[in-house]
Design a protein around this ligand. Structure first.
Ligand SMILES: Nc1ncnc2c1ncn2[C@@H]1O[C@H](COP(=O)(O)OP(=O)(O)O)[C@@H](O)[C@H]1O
Ligand SMILES: [Mg+2]
Length: 258
């Protein structure tokens, strides 16, 4: 390879990595930074004997989950922080029967919402997949309060707010109800563990659903009818409300408006 050619490839290589990703652990020879920056979201492994061969130039993007903190764990998935990007998180399905299948079904549902141009103001947005040290990771918007902390789940705010501000609890439900019915977003498991409450700087809460949207039915064709879809959402929402009514006295004043 001529030296001009090599230089051009170096420049291309540098531009490729530096622009697309924070770079770490690259060849000192190539004149690129050696140590990973804090916001490094992948690494390129190579040893000092590397030369600028095609093999070396091939990007290898991988997130090592040992560098990530666990945000929360459910029955099917573990949710991790995304290195260098507090606005995202990574979910890894547990090796359980149906875990992966359910994850893929959720991804398909997000794609369907995107095609329908449904806003994501009450659901954690989905950002695609990424390779991790434990296989494919599914990247979502991480819901954080104005102070940067991961927002608490509905189940965690119920106890405190039930005494101080039950209308705030009802307001969170009313906002979800509006979102589901106005956008015709179906769900199968909206329980208080799957809703997180983002607290803004004034102390008010905004709900986000982080799990349980979509449908588990075998024949989703029935969802093509807006009337049937609306009826289904209504049935499932009523079931959720009646569960909460059984457990919480402040629910007595909640008014269903759709
Ligand atoms: N987008 C998110 N933002 C903040 N926390 C999240 C997010 N997604 C999940 N979590 C946390 O991780 C936990 C498990 O995630 P979840 O998707 O509900 O797993 P599972 O599918 O196993 O129920 C949640 O209860 C919540 O505490
Ligand atoms: Mg869950």
């Amino acid at each position: 390879m001529s030296s001009g050619n090599l230089l051009a490839r170096k420049v291309h290589w540098k531009r490729h990595y530096v622009q697309r990703n924070p770079v770490c652990d690259l060849l000192p020879k190539a004149g690129i930074r050696k140590t990973p920056p804090d916001d490094c979201n992948f690494y390129v492994s190579c040893n000092n004997s590397c030369t600028l061969s095609d093999e070396t130039l091939k990007p290898m993007s991988l997130i090592d989950l040992r560098d990530c903190e666990v945000i929360g764990e459910g029955t099917r998935r573990i949710c991790y922080t995304y290195p260098g990007d507090p606005a995202r998180c990574i979910k890894i399905p547990k090796p359980k029967p149906h875990g992966k299948r359910q994850q893929l079904r959720e991804v398909r549902f997000y794609e369907y919402l995107e095609r329908r141009k449904v806003p994501t103001d009450c659901i954690a947005a989905y950002h695609g997949t990424i390779d991790t040290s434990q296989g494919p990771g599914y990247v979502y918007q991480a819901i954080r309060d104005a102070n940067g902390r991961i927002s608490r789940r509905y189940i965690e705010v119920i106890e405190k707010l039930a005494a101080d501000s039950p209308e705030a609890l009802r307001g969170i439900l009313a906002e979800l109800e509006r979102y589901f019915f106005e956008n015709l977003v179906v769900f199968y498991d909206i329980n208080p563990w799957n809703i997180v409450c983002q607290r803004d700087s004034s102390g008010s809460f905004h709900p986000y659903v982080i799990d349980g949207i979509g449908d588990t039915v075998a024949i989703p064709i029935l969802n093509w009818s807006r009337t049937l879809l609306r009826q289904k959402i209504r049935r499932r929402w009523m079931r959720q409300l009646s569960y909460l009514r059984r457990e919480h006295s402040w629910m007595a004043e909640y008014r269903f408006t759709h």
